[in-house]
Design a protein around this ligand. Structure first.
Ligand SMILES: Cc1ncc(COP(=O)(O)O)c(C=O)c1O
Length: 375
């Protein structure tokens, strides 16, 4: 099955057994399964807090809301971000009343610390780093830049479930680290995500904000003894961002296989590397040497990308582009031309098929077709 870019693998019987339990108990919303998944993920990642949500996008928005409130940021304060990302990364900055300021990327397609340093102003409050394809890029340099300048750091870890640095899940160093468990991610559910805050006050506030600002969710009220279980109060204008037990049920199963699946992804990538190495027409995006990447993506850069895509499509192969330079979108066009490396990447990157159903022969076919397609 070489044709498709992503094919998520679900352990169907195990997922159905977990889901069945929710249905039999009649509890599909926030509840014991979402709590179990939070505990299991915290245990896996070794992170101090984990709050399960309906998406990574919600988690990123909550990250900025909570940091902004605790640290007293003003409307319009600046967050340095990348133009080479899924648009969620940038929309959430605006959702929180902050201003995205675009910095350029490096050859890892992650934020370049030199460009970030040039964008810091007296109104800069935070940097959001996207671990492209599971890569950490120059994340360590960005971290030290943040600590030197007193900036908060949000890690958009949508691609990074299972990415390790120094043997442990990346994310410990960020003020908030946000994972995606959307349909085709390394830990696919259907749609869900996890926000992991460093600060307990942020975690506590996010739990209320994700449930419309209500101080106690329905499940915790059922667990309390005594009368007045129906009483709650509303402390804030929150959002309907909570994760549910059906997604958590799938997530619990998928988490058990995450490391095994990521091992297999790395093996598939090693086949691509063996096939494509030494071809000067194809630049493979490298992983930073100090990380064990989740390998969400296998990205290459080529000239005449659009023509190459059309030729691959003619061979029945349908790769992707991660991502289009966000400053090409009318929403962010005011920053067009400010990030030349991202603009070049946007016109030259291809994400080759990468999923667990690929065989060595499939990878050989894709590699052969790619070599025939590039000029
Ligand atoms: C880099 C990046 N950030 C954020 C998101 C948003 O994730 P979700 O769909 O879970 O909201 C995605 C998902 O495609 C992504 O790739």
């Amino acid at each position: 099955m070489p044709a498709r870019l992503f094919v998520p693998r679900f352990r169907i019987d195990e997922c159905l057994a977990e889901i069945r339990e929710c249905l039999e108990k009649g509890w599909t919303g926030i509840g014991y399964k979402t709590l179990m998944f939070e505990a299991a993920f915290k245990d896996y990642a070794g992170l101090p807090h984990a709050h399960f949500l309906n998406s990574n996008t919600s988690g990123l928005h909550l990250a900025f809301e909570c940091l902004k409130r605790r640290l007293g940021w003003a409307d319009g304060d600046e967050v340095i971000t990348t133009p080479l990302t899924f648009v969620s990364t940038n929309h959430v900055i605006l959702h929180a009343g902050l201003t995205p300021v675009f910095a350029d990327v490096d050859d890892y397609l992650c934020l370049d610390p030199r460009s970030v340093a040039q964008r810091i102003t007296p109104r800069t409050r935070a940097v959001i780093f996207v671990g492209m394809g599971g890569n950490v890029g120059q994340y360590a340099a960005i971290r030290s830049l943040c600590s030197t300048h007193g900036l908060s750091l949000v890690l958009d870890a949508a691609h990074m479930a299972g990415t390790r640095v120094g043997g442990r899940q990346v994310g410990h160093e960020a003020d908030a680290c946000v994972f995606s468990f959307q349909a085709v991610k390394n830990l696919p559910t259907a749609d869900s995500g996890m926000v992991c805050f460093a600060n307990p006050a942020d975690d506590e506030r996010a739990r209320k904000l994700s449930w419309l600002g209500i101080n106690r969710d329905t499940y915790s009220r059922t667990q309390e003894k005594g009368t007045y279980r129906w009483r709650y109060t509303v402390e804030d204008v929150g959002f309907k961002y909570n994760g549910n037990s059906i997604m958590a049920a799938i997530g619990l199963v998928q988490l058990r296989y995450l490391d095994e699946d990521n091992d297999r992804r790395r093996e598939i990538v090693s086949w691509y590397h063996a096939n494509l190495a030494g071809d000067p027409r194809i630049r493979m995006v490298e992983m930073a040497p100090d990380c064990e990447p989740s390998r969400h993506l296998m990205q290459v850069e080529v000239a005449d990308r659009d023509e190459v895509m059309v030729r691959l499509n003619a061979d029945g192969i349908y790769p992707g582009v991660h991502y289009h330079d966000n400053t090409n979108y009318p929403m962010y066009a005011h920053a067009a031309g400010t990030c030349p490396r991202a603009a070049r990447a946007s016109a030259s990157i291809i994400s080759l098929p990468l999923h667990l159903e690929l065989s060595r022969a499939d990878v050989d076919t894709v590699s052969r077709c790619l070599k025939a397609a590039v000029r």
